[in-house]
Each structure stands twice: as C-alpha cells, then as structure tokens.
Design a protein around this ligand. Sequence first.
Ligand SMILES: [Cu+2]
Length: 174
Amino acid sequence: MKNMNIKKVVIIITITLTGALAGILYFNSSAKPIRRDIVIKARQYSYEPNRMEVNVGDTLYIKLLALDVMHGFYLEGYDIDAEIPANLSNFKVRKPSDGFNWKDTNEIVIIVTRGGKFRYRCSHTCGTMHPFMQGEMIVHPNHLFNGGVGAVIGFVFGLLWLIYKKNKKGHDNE
Ligand SMILES: [Cu+2]
C-alpha cells in the first residue's frame, strides 16, 4: 500500500515535469529574453512603429526621433516620459513619478518586467491631432511562465489519469 502511494507521487511528478518541459519547448523559440534595439520615429500624428511586440525578460534599447516638430513619448506602466526635439538624436527623459527631473539622453533602456498591453502616446502638444498620436507595446509572457502553465496542465492530467485508474480498478474488482 505504501509502495502504491510512492508510485502515484512519482507518476504525478513525471507527468507534471513533462508538461512543464512541453510548455517551455513549445514557446521557447519565440520567447527567449533578448536585447532589442528599437528606433521609434515620431511625426504628426503617428509613431513608427505604432505597435511593438516584446517578451517579459527582454531588454529594450529605444531611440526616439522626431521628424518634423517636437513630440513626446509617454509609456504607460513603465514610468517613462520623454520630450523629443525635432531632428536631434538627443532627447530629454524623466520618470513621471519623480516629477520634472529631466535627463538628457539618446537612448531609453527598459527591462521588460510586466506582461500585458501598454499604450504609448505623445505627451507634448504637437498640433491639432495630437491627442490621437499613440501606439501600443504588447508584452508576451516568457518561457518560464509557459513552463508553469505546462506544469499545471501536466499536473491536472496526472490527477485525472490516477482518478481514471482508480475507478477502473474499482470496476475490475466488482
Ligand atoms: Cu506629437
């Protein structure tokens, strides 16, 4: 009887780990944390690109260029606001939570820590259509998360298998 329980535990652990591995392998190719060099061009009244897809764990090196007049770049969820003068590689950046403590730079470095959808929008009035100047950053979960999902699915399958075996055994004994 004691041996049976150990056997069950081993079976559940094996199936759980298999699920985790399947989750990691399935998503790994697209979700390895990487360095991404991104240039965002701002012009009246859009960003190019206006959609970025990244993964949790990635490090983003973002350069901002304003091609006509001065624009802004406020990124939701990451406490970033920039002011980009026209036709210069340098711009000013601040953390809105830190007030108006502007710093001069030519690159924003972001370590992506949160999954979800984050809008970026122009934070410097640049003309009549200024309020519509925005884009979005889609953050996909990383492979550890997918491995976790795989593990949960594997665990559930393991339990179902055991319940099935137990019921079958019960019927066999009848
Ligand atoms: Cu603008």
